[in-house]
Structures are given as structure tokens and as C-alpha cells.
Design a protein around this ligand. Structure first.
Ligand SMILES: [Zn+2]
Length: 135
């Protein structure tokens, strides 16, 4: 289980890093294209394109960086919670479902006389005290 989570952790942080690098490349390319576009475009004159390109290069990358760091932090919190949960579960053993159902059913009774049965560990069988035989 621990190996599974460390593997998952590796995959996710690595994945976010790849996404981050791809995002930086995309933002940079778009910024350069805006700056290089000297002709008239949807935005109007070329001067605006240069300004927008510079703004996108600075703030686009900054925003993208913050977003990716946020994702990494969120995932670290999740990983920490998994660790805490694992530690808590490793504490005092909780009664098993089998023990709970046995407690609800009460001590077993003899199928022939209805008297209480005693479990003999040595033979791993139920013994009837009344009839002096194994059930
Ligand atoms: Zn009996």
C-alpha cells in the first residue's frame, strides 16, 4: 500500500511538472506571436499586440506558476492525509466483524439438547457439558 501511494505521488507531481513546462512553453509562444504580429489584427494596431504580448509573458507565466504550485500543495496535503489515516489505522486493533457477529449471536448452543457449548482449543471443536460429547 505504501509503495502504491509513493508511486502515485511520483506520477502526480511529475505530471504537474510536465503540465507546468508545457503551459510555460504555450504562454511564451503565444506572447511571442502577439509581439511579432505587426499587421492589423482583431485587437487593432500592432502596438497593442506588443504590449499584450509582454503582459501575457509576465502575468501569464506568473499566474500559471501560482496555479501549478497550488496544485502541488493540494496534492501534498492529500498525501499527508493518507499518511495520517494510515498511522491511525495502524493503532489499536478494532474488533473484527466476526467478533461483533459472535457477540450478537451470543454463546453457541448444543444442536441436540440446547445446552451451552464450550470451545475446546485442543481439538478445535465445541463440547457439550450436559451430554459430555462434542457437538
Ligand atoms: Zn448437548
Amino acid at each position: 500500500m505504501s509503495a502504491y501511494f509513493s508511486f502515485k505521488k511520483f506520477i502526480t507531481t511529475g505530471f504537474i511538472m510536465v503540465i507546468y513546462i508545457l503551459g510555460v512553453i504555450a504562454v511564451t509562444i503565444v506572447s511571442i506571436l502577439l509581439m511579432l504580429n505587426t499587421g492589423t489584427n482583431i485587437l487593432g494596431t500592432s502596438g497593442i499586440g506588443v504590449i499584450l504580448g509582454i503582459l501575457l509573458l509576465i502575468f501569464g507565466n506568473l499566474f500559471w506558476r501560482v496555479l501549478c504550485e497550488y496544485l502541488v500543495v493540494q496534492f501534498r496535503i492529500f498525501t499527508e492525509l493518507v499518511e495520517i489515516n494510515k498511522t491511525l489505522k495502524g493503532g489499536p486493533a478494532a474488533p473484527s466483524a466476526q467478533m461483533a457477529s459472535n457477540a450478537l449471536a451470543g454463546p453457541p448452543v448444543c444442536p441436540t439438547c440446547g445446552g451451552p457449548l464450550t470451545y475446546v482449543q485442543q481439538y478445535q471443536r465445541w463440547y457439550c457439558e450436559k451430554e459430555r460429547k462434542y457437538a
